[in-house]
Design a protein around this ligand. Sequence first.
Ligand code: HEC
Length: 249
Amino acid sequence: MSDLRALPLTFRALFTSFLILIGLGYLMALSYLFLVVVEPHQKNGMGLIAGIDMKYHGRPDSSRLEAALRGQMADRIDQADRDRILEWVRRGAPQSGYESVKPIFASRCVACHNPRSGLSVPPLDSYAALRKVTQTDQGPTITQLARVSHVHLFGISIIFLLTGAIFALSRITPWIRIVFVVIPYLSILADIGSWWLTKFNPVFGIIVVISGAVMGLVLACQIFIPLWEMWLPSPWASDHPGRDPARAG
Ligand code: HEC
């Protein structure tokens, strides 16, 4: 039967330092997530889930051109022309359809939107120029997702191998220990799996949040329980030292 408190002082000092730094690392990761993903989206009136959905799913139905035509530039064009342009943009702005919308841009927009106008506006006088404002945000590419995923899978598995190994020495009831060392691995799978799924369907944003929260909770247990047991008598020991037959002899 293991007893963290009976470990040599060297190990307890090492484990304690490691667990504290991992805990700090986790807090840093949380603040980073907040500053990079949550806060910027909240400024735009988006909730956490919507922000995550946008990060991984993008906004396939909104391009810069569409936003301008519905917003600042709305009064520069009549509705019929606007609808024709939007229809073309939503088809993916194919080169083949350019000739049919080119006259609209030429008569309504190019007077200002050309490289010689002196205005700091995107030019709209050629197909190549238009492509820049008709592109939609498709979220991260498969390559980007694969890069972020493998870094996370390798890194997080090793972290939970170490915190889990220390936690496995605790005196908590064995089945809880087993569940708690496995849950982080399931959450990583759910978390990273849902990044991929969110790329195709925004509904999975909620799984990113839940699995992240579960992982954080379990990590907190894996840190605080061993810390407690290394330095203080354990109130939750599944066996009592005095009554442990393996120890009695
Ligand atoms: C009278 C000049 C003028 C005309 C005509 C005009 N625009 Fe603009 N456009 C501007 C200016 C100025 C801005 C920059 C506005 C700003 O940054 O607030 C702008 C900005 C834009 C932007 C960029 C918005 C962004 O994402 O920053 C797009 C796209 C755009 N216009 C599309 C069009 C289209 C399409 C038409 C024709 C239907 C058009 N504009 C007609 C002057 C014009």
